[in-house]
Design a protein. Structure first.
Lengths: 780, 510
C-alpha cells in the first residue's frame, strides 16, 4: 500500500501533534499499513512535535512495531511457559522448516505468512498453541504443522471467526471427560463411557472423549466433566448411564443449532443453560473457571473473580444486580477519603503485581501529596509468559476494576485515571472501552459521580509490547511517549509519577479486590489468608498438571494443595518435580518443598516470588537448566537495555546457559554464572533484571546436580536437543510412520522391519516419537 | 552537606571523594546506565547509583568498601565484555620499546616527516639503526597482515631516522633542566645507550663507560657492516653525546671500580651485555643466566643499581634491550626523585584480537588499498613518496581517545579484567566516517546515551537515538541517516562528551 500524505495527516490530526501521542500514532500507522513505512514516520515528524530520534527510538523499543511488511497471515507460535514445557520450541522450528524459512527470516518469500513467537496467548491449557490470524490450534505437535497449515488454507475464506481447532484440522466442539480412577470404575464409569461413545457416534458429534485419572472426589463418583470448546465446563456427579444422552445433547448439538448457540455465547463466562430445564441428574456444581471444573470449590475463594461464569462481563444491569457499584456508593456517600484509605490499610491487601507492597500505605502516600493533579493508573501490562489473570479480569469483570479505580481516585484526590492494557489483549481493550462508555452514560464516571459531587474519568492506554512496562516507572515513561526505560526510585510514583504528578499505580487484580473490599468491608477480606498476606490470589495454573486454568485461592494455601487438589496432580502419570512460581522473576520450588504456603514471605524464602501469578507445574521430563535458559531468553529479550547489569549481565548469563544446554559448559562457567547472577541481582536498576537471576539461583540451589550433569554432557530429563539421541526399540512394528514423518530422512523407510534413527542426520525434532503408535521411539 | 535536592554523586565528589561515572553529564538529565557510580546505603545494604539520587538529610551512605569496589569492577567488566576496540594498537603493544607506531604512520602519511621523528625519538634513541636491523615484532602483530601484508613499519621508522640524519641540521630534543644527579651507565650497547639517552633527557647527567674503544656494543660486534653501516650507528650515538651524555670508552670496570662507581654516582645502570664482562664478580645477586632484578623496575634489591639488556638474560633482540633501557630509565628517575620505585606504568588496554573478514572493509575506510611497498633493492630504504603511501596503509587500530577514555581510566584504576565475562561471539566493528569532524565506532559504544541526550537538548534535526532494546540496543542516527546528517550542530561537543572513543574527533591533537 502506498503511503498517502493525507492519511498520515489524518492520523496525526486525530491523535494529536504532541510528543506523547507517538505510540498511538505508531499504532494507527501500523494498523493501516501492517508495518511502519519510513516515509510515514518521516511525515509524522514533519507535521508534529515528534522528532525522528523519538519516533525511531520508541518504535524500535516496543515489540508490537514492525519495520518491514508482514505477510498476509501471521502465524503466532505461543512460547509461553506452559507451551514451552510442552515443546513449543520444537513446534516453532518445525513450522519454520515447513515454511522453508532460513535463519533470521520470518516471512515467506511469497509474502503469505509471517511467523512470530508470542509470549502467551492465554490458553495455557491447550499447550502448545499456534494461532494463525484468528484461528487457534491447540495441542499441536511437531509432526502436525503441515496439517495445521493445510487446514488453515482450506478455511481461509472463513477466517474471520475465532475458532479452536485440533491440530488435525477437525473442529472440536469440546471434550467429555470421564473419571477412570478406581472409585469411578467401581461405581460404573466404564458403563458411562460406553454410553457417551454411543451418543457421540449416533449424533455424529465431533467431541473428544477423554479419560482422566482419579479426580479425588471419590464420594461423588462417577464423574462426567463436559468441556465445550467455547464455554464453561460443567461437572456432573453420580451420573447414570441413562442420563448420558441428555447431558451430551445439552452441551453439544448437531450442525445448524450451533450457530444459534455460539451467537449466544458472548464470552467464556456465559452459562450454557439454566437450572429450570435441567432435571436429569444430580448436578454437583457448575464451575466457573475457564474451561475447567473445580473439584473443590471450597478450596477456592472468588473475590477478584466473584460470580465467575455467572455474570455477563458487559451487562451493567447484571453487575448491579449482584451488588455492583454498592461498594462505590458506600465510598462516595458514606465515607471520607481518609476513611477509604483507612479501610484499605485495615484490609491488609498487598499489591498483586508481584512485589507485594502494602496497598494502603501506597494510597496514604499519594493521598498525602498536594494536588490538584494526581493520577490513578491500573497496571494491566501483564507480561509474565505464563500468566493471564489480568487479561481474564479485564475481559470478564471490567466494571469491577473500574469501580476499584474510581474509589481509589476518590480516596487519593485524583480526577483522572488510566487503564494501561497491552495491545495484545484486544478483547480486553474493547470490553473496557465499552464498559467505560456505559459507566459514563450511567453516571459512574464523569462529573458528579452517583450524585456525590466527585468528578473522575478514565481512559485506556494501549501498551505496545514490552514486558518492562509492567514496571511502574517504565509504564509511565511509555504513557509519556518515551521508550520504556525504568527510572530510579525514589522519587516514587506516589510523589512524582505520571507527568511529574503524584500517581497511584496498582495492578489490575488489586483493583478488582479493592472493589470486593469496598463492598464487603476490610474484615471480609482480611479474615482470609495469612497474617502478612491477606486475602486471595489469582493464579494461572498450567504446565504438566492434570487440570490447568485460572484459580483464586486464599493466601497461605500450600503448593501441594494447589497442584494436587485443585490441579488434580501431575498429568500422564509422570512424577511431580517442581513448580515454577512467579514467572521470569520467580523461581522453581521443588516437589519436596511443596508444603510451602503460597504467601509473599514464604515464597521468597524458598527462592521464588509471588510475581504476577504464573504457576507452572513441571514433571520429571522437564530439564531445570532448560527452564532457567527459557526464562533468561525471555528476560534478555525483554530487558530495556539501559543499565549495564541488566543489559549485559542477563545476556552473559543466557550465553552460559546456552553453553550448558548444548553440552559445552564447564565448571568455570558455573562459577561465572553464579557471580553474574549475584551482581545482576544486586546491581540492576529495576526489578525486571534484578529478579531475572531468580530462575537460575533457585534451580542451582535445588537442582545443582542437573547443571553438573550438563557439564558432563548429559541431560537427565532428556530435554536438551544437543545432548540427546533418539533410538527405536524392539517394540517397533515397522509401520513406517516415523520414517514418513522425519523431515530430514534420518529414518529409512523399511516396511515391516525395525526402523533405525541415523543420529548423524537427526535434528531432534521429536516428530518420530510423537507419531509412533507403539511408543517404540525413546530418548537417550 | 550540600543543599537538599542536589545529586548525591555531586555531594560526595564535593567532599573530595572520587566517584567514577561514565553516563553522567551535568548539563543533561541523568540516565542511570553505566552503574559505575554505585554507592551503598548503610541501612539496607543496597547498591545505589549515586548519579540519579537526590541527596537528602539523614542518608547514610558508604561511598567505598569492598563490595562497592567489586560492584564497580563488575560493571566495568560487563561493559568491557562488549566493548570491541583496541586502546593501543597491537603493533604498539608488541613493540618492546612501546613506540607509538600508528601516530608515526599517520604523520608520515601526511608528509610530516619531522613530526614523525619526534614521535619515534620519544621512545627510540636509535631509529636509523633499528630501522635497519630490527626484526620488527610489531609487523607480526600488524592487523593489516590479515588483509594483505603488514605495514612496513620498520622501514618507515628507518626513513624517519634517516631523513633527520641526512638533514642539514638534525633535530635535538631539549633535555629537562639538570637535576644535579649523576648516573653511571656501564655498557654502551643498545640498552645502555637507550638508558643514557632517556635519563639525560630527564635531566640526569649520564656517564657511559665501555671497555671497547667504540660505543655500540653488540650493534657493532654482532651485526654486519652491510646490514648496518657503521656510520649510521656512529651518527646516532653522536646525537646522544650531543645531548650531554659523557662517554668513557676503552675503560674496563672491575669489582673494585664498580664499588667506587657506586660511591661516586647517584645511580648505576648495568648494561654490560652477555655474561663476558665479569659482572658475576661484582657482588650482585645472580641467577644462572644473569643478574637477578625486580622484574618491573630492573632494580637490584633496594640498591641504586639497575640492570638491563643481556646482562639480565641474553637476547639477540636489540629493540628489547633498547626498550629495557628506556623502562629502567623511568625507574631510575623515580629513584632519583625519591619516589617509590614502581617502574613504568602500563595502563589498561582493551583488546579484541583478530579482525573478522567482514571487518576488513570497515578498517580500510581509514586506510588505503594496495599491497605493501618494498624498496627498489633489498637493504635499501623507501623513498619519500613510497613512505607516504606505505604509511597510509596503516588501519588506525589505536583508539582516538586514549588519553581521555574513562572506560580505560576506570578499568585501570579498578583493575578490571576484560576477559572475565568474555563472550564467545563478539560484535563486529564498524566505522562511520561520513562526518567531516568526527568518527563513530558503534562497537566501542557503551550505550550511556550522552550523545542521545545532547543532540536532543541542542535540537539536532536527526541527532542520535537508541534503536532496539535489550542487549541488542544500538545508538545511531534515526532513519539510517549518516552521522553527517545526525550531527550538524554539536558534533564536537558530542565527541568530547563521549566517555569512550566511540564518537571522537577525527583530527588528533598532538
Amino acid at each position: 500500500m502506498e503511503v498517502e500524505i493525507k492519511d498520515i495527516n489524518a492520523i496525526v490530526q486525530e491523535l494529536g501533534v504532541a510528543q506523547h501521542a507517538v505510540i498511538p500514532v505508531l499504532q494507527a500507522i501500523q494498523e493501516k499499513y501492517n508495518y511502519l513505512p519510513e516515509e510515514a514516520l518521516r511525515r509524522v515528524c514533519e507535521i508534529s512535535e515528534i522528532t525522528p530520534a523519538q519516533i525511531v527510538g520508541v518504535a524500535s523499543f516496543y515489540s508490537q512495531f514492525r519495520f518491514t511488511p508482514a505477510g498476509q497471515h501471521i502465524i503466532k507460535v505461543c512460547v509461553g511457559t506452559a507451551c514451552h514445557v510442552k515443546g513449543a520450541g520444537l513446534v516453532y522450528d518445525a513450522m519454520k522448516r515447513e515454511l522453508e524459512l532460513g535463519e533470521g527470516k520470518d516471512t515467506t518469500a511469497s509474502g503469505k505468512y509471517t511467523i512470530e513467537k508470542v509470549n502467551c496467548l492465554g490458553c495455557c491449557t491447550l499447550a502448545p498453541v499456534v494461532q494463525i490470524d484468528h484461528v487457534t490450534y491447540g495441542h499441536v505437535n511437531t509432526s502436525q504443522v503441515a496439517k495445521v497449515l493445510t487446514d488453515f488454507e482450506t478455511l481461509k475464506g472463513d477466517s474471520g471467526k475465532k475458532k479452536y481447532r485440533l491440530a488435525d484440522g477437525s473442529e472440536v466442539k469440546g471434550e467429555i471427560r470421564i473419571g477412570l480412577g478406581s472409585c469411578c470404575v467401581a461405581s460404573g464409569s466404564d458403563e458411562i463411557r460406553d454410553a457417551v461413545k454411543d451418543t457421540i457416534d449416533r449424533k455424529g458429534l465431533n467431541v473428544k472423549l477423554k479419560h482422566v485419572g482419579c479426580v479425588g472426589m471419590c464420594h461423588q463418583v462417577p464423574l462426567v466433566e463436559i468441556v465445550p470448546a467455547n464455554g464453561e465446563s460443567t461437572l456432573y456427579s453420580k451420573v447414570k448411564a441413562a442420563d448420558v444422552d441428555q447431558i451430551v445433547q445439552e452441551h453439544f448439538q448437531p450442525e445448524g443449532f450451533l450457530k444459534r448457540i455460539s451467537h449466544k455465547l458472548l464470552n467464556m463466562a456465559d452459562t450454557i443453560r439454566d437450572d429450570s430445564r435441567w432435571m436429569g441428574v444430580d448436578r454437583y456444581s457448575l464451575d466457573v473457571r475457564e474451561k475447567h471444573v473445580s473439584l473443590f470449590l471450597d478450596k477456592q475463594i472468588p473475590m477478584a473473580t466473584e460470580f465467575r461464569g455467572i455474570i455477563n462481563p458487559i451487562d451493567v444491569e447484571e453487575y448491579k444486580s449482584r451488588n455492583g457499584f454498592k461498594g462505590l456508593s458506600r465510598v462516595l456517600k458514606e465515607m471520607k477519603p481518609a476513611e477509604v484509605v483507612g479501610e484499605i490499610i485495615d484490609s491488609g491487601i498487598r499489591g498483586r503485581g508481584g512485589g507485594g507492597f502494602p496497598s494502603g500505605i501506597k494510597w496514604k502516600m499519594v493521598a498525602r501529596q498536594p494536588g490538584p493533579t494526581k493520577y490513578v493508573i491500573c497496571n494491566g501490562d501483564e507480561g509474565d509468559p505464563g500468566a493471564f489473570m489480568d487479561r481474564m479480569l479485564l475481559e470478564s469483570y471490567p466494571y469491577r476494576i473500574i469501580e476499584g479505580m474510581v474509589a481509589a481516585g476518590y480516596a487519593i484526590g485524583a480526577s483522572e485515571g488510566i487503564l494501561y492494557i497491552r495491545a495484545e489483549y484486544p478483547l480486553a481493550v474493547t470490553r473496557v472501552l465499552q464498559a467505560l462508555d456505559i459507566c459514563r452514560e450511567q453516571g459512574y464516571l464523569g462529573k458528579n459521580i452517583m450524585g456525590s459531587g466527585f468528578d473522575f474519568d478514565l481512559s485506556v492506554y494501549q501498551g505496545a509490547g514490552a514486558f518492562v512496562c509492567g514496571e511502574e516507572t517504565a509504564l509511565m515513561e511509555s504513557i509519556e511517549g518515551k521508550r520504556g526505560f525504568p527510572r530510579i526510585r525514589p522519587p516514587y510514583p506516589a510523589v512524582k509519577g505520571l507527568w511529574g504528578a503524584p500517581t497511584l499505580i496498582n495492578n489490575t487484580e488489586t483493583f478488582a479486590q479493592i472493589s470486593y473490599i469496598m463492598k464487603n468491608g476490610a474484615s471480609a477480606f482480611n479474615r482470609v489468608g495469612t497474617k502478612l498476606s491477606r486475602g486471595t490470589k489469582v493464579f494461572a495454573l498450567a504446565g504438566k498438571v492434570a487440570r490447568g486454568g485460572l484459580i483464586e485461592v486464599p493466601m497461605g494455601m500450600t503448593i501441594r494443595e494447589v497442584v494436587e487438589e485443585i490441579g488434580g496432580g501431575v498429568a500422564n502419570g509422570r512424577k511431580f518435580k517442581a513448580v515454577q512460581i512467579g514467572g521470569p522473576s520467580g523461581g522453581c520450588v521443588p516437589s519436596w518443598k511443596s508444603d510451602t504456603p503460597i504467601d509473599f514471605e514464604s515464597l521468597k524464602e524458598v527462592g521464588a516470588m509471588m510475581g504476577s501469578g504464573g504457576l507452572v507445574v513441571l514433571d520429571d521430563t522437564d530439564c531445570m537448566v532448560d527452564i532457567a535458559r527459557y526464562f533468561l531468553t525471555f528476560t534478555q529479550n525483554e530487558s530495556c537495555g539501559k543499565c549495564s547489569f541488566g543489559r549485559i549481565g542477563t545476556k552473559r548469563m543466557l550465553e552460559i546457559l546456552e553453553k550448558l544446554t548444548t553440552g559445552k559448559g564447564t565448571e568455570k562457567d558455573l562459577e561465572n554464572l553464579e557471580e553474574l547472577a549475584h551482581w545482576t541481582k544486586k546491581g540492576s536498576l529495576c526489578a525486571l533484571c534484578g529478579t531475572a537471576p531468580n530462575p537460575i539461583l533457585s534451580t542451582l540451589e535445588y537442582f545443582r546436580d542437573e547443571y553438573e550433569a550438563h557439564i558432563r554432557g548429559e541431560c537427565p530429563a532428556g530435554k536438551c536437543k544437543h545432548l540427546i539421541k533418539y533410538e527405536i526399540t524392539d517394540d517397533c512394528i515397522g509401520c513406517t510412520l516415523c520414517a514418513q514423518d522425519c523431515p530430514v530422512d534420518a529414518i529409512a523407510f523399511k516396511p515391516h522391519e525395525k526402523h533405525e534413527v541415523d543420529n548423524e542426520l537427526c535434528i531432534q525434532c521429536d516428530g518420530c516419537r510423537q507419531v509412533c503408535p507403539e511408543n517404540a521411539v525413546i530418548v537417550r | 552537606m550540600a543543599a537538599e535536592g542536589s545529586v548525591l554523586m555531586e555531594v560526595i565528589r564535593d567532599m573530595g571523594i572520587e566517584v567514577p561515572s561514565m553516563c553522567y553529564l551535568k548539563e543533561v538529565e541523568s540516565f542511570t546506565s553505566c552503574m559505575l557510580c554505585v554507592v551503598k546505603d548503610r541501612k539496607s545494604g543496597k547498591i545505589l547509583p549515586s548519579c540519579s539520587l537526590e541527596a537528602v538529610e539523614g542518608m547514610d551512605i558508604i561511598s567505598m568498601d569492598d563490595e562497592v569496589r567489586e560492584a564497580r569492577k563488575s560493571a566495568l567488566e560487563l561493559l568491557l565484555s562488549e566493548h570491541v576496540g583496541d586502546c593501543e594498537a597491537p603493533c604498539q603493544l608488541t613493540c618492546p620499546a612501546h613506540m607509538d607506531i600508528p601516530l608515526m604512520n599517520r604523520l608520515l602519511a601526511e608528509g610530516k616527516f619531522h613530526e614523525a621523528l619526534v614521535v619515534v625519538k620519544k621512545d627510540i634513541a636509535l631509529p636509523s639503526v633499528l630501522g635497519r636491523i630490527c626484526p620488527a615484532p610489531c609487523e607480526g602483530a600488524c592487523r593489516r597482515k590479515s588483509i594483505d601484508q603488514a605495514v612496513s613499519i620498520c622501514l618507515l621508522k628507518r626513513f624517519a631516522g634517516d631523513h633527520d640524519l641526512e638533514a642539514d641540521m638534525s633535530w635535538m630534543p631539549i633535555p629537562a633542566s639538570s637535576s644535579g644527579k649523576k648516573v653511571s651507565v656501564i655498557g654502551a650497547g643498545p640498552a645502555g645507550l637507550a638508558a643514557a639517552y632517556q635519563l639525560e633527557l630527564m635531566g640526569h647527567h649520564c656517564l657511559v663507560i665501555d671497555r671497547n674503544k667504540i660505543a655500540g656494543g653488540s650493534l657493532r660486534k654482532e651485526v654486519s657492516p652491510e646490514e648496518l653501516p657503521p656510520v649510521v650507528l656512529k651518527r646516532e650515538i653522536e646525537h646522544i653525546a650531543a645531548l650531554g651524555v659523557e662517554f668513557r670508552l676503552g675503560s674496563e670496570v672491575d669489582a673494585k671500580q664498580f664499588l667506587e662507581l657506586q660511591k661516586s654516582s647517584d645511580a648505576i645502570v648495568v648494561a654490560t651485555g652477555k655474561g663476558e664482562s665479569g659482572v658475576g664478580a661484582w657482588g650482585l645477586p645472580m641467577h644462572p643466566k644473569g643478574v637477578e632484578v625486580h622484574g618491573k623496575t630492573y632494580r637490584v634489591g633496594d640498591t641504586a643499581v639497575f640492570v638491563v639488556g643481556s646482562a639480565l638474560k641474553p637476547s639477540k633482540l636489540a629493540i628489547r634491550a633498547l626498550g629495557q633501557g628506556k623502562e629502567a630509565a623511568f625507574s631510575v628517575d623515580q629513584f632519583l626523585k625519591g619516589q617509590a620505585v614502581t617502574g613504568e606504568p602500563r595502563l589498561f588496554n582493551s583488546r579484541f584480537g583478530k579482525l573478522d573478514r567482514a571487518e576488513y572493509a570497515e578498517y580500510l575506510k581509514e586506510s588505503k588499498e594496495g599491497e605493501r611497498l618494498e624498496p627498489a633493492q633489498k637493504g635499501e630504504g623507501l623513498t619519500a613518496e613510497q613512505v607516504m603511501e606505505e604509511a597510509a596503509r596503516c588501519l588506525h587500530c589505536d583508539c582516538r581517545d586514549l588519553k581521555n577514555c574513562r572506560l580505560r581510566l576506570y578499568s585501570d584504576a579498578y583493575g578490571a579484567d576484560q576477559k572475565r565475562f568474555k563472550s564467545e561471539v563478539r560484535q563486529l566493528c564498524t566505522k562511520q566516517v561520513q562526518h567531516k569532524e568526527v568518527i563513530y565506532e558503534p562497537s566501542k559504544c557503551i550505550k550511556c546515551g550522552i550523545c542521545v541526550r545532547l543532540t536532543e537538548k541542542y535540537k539536532e534535526d536527526f541527532g542520535f537515538t537508541f534503536i532496539g532494546r535489550g542487549f541488542d540496543v544500538v545508538v545511531g542516527v534515526p532513519f539510517n541517516e549518516s552521522t553527517a546528517e545526525g550531527l550538524k550542530k554539536v558534533a564536537l561537543e558530542v565527541a568530547d562528551a563521549c566517555p569512550t572513543g566511540a564518537i571522537s574527533r577525527k583530527i588528533e591533537s598532538l
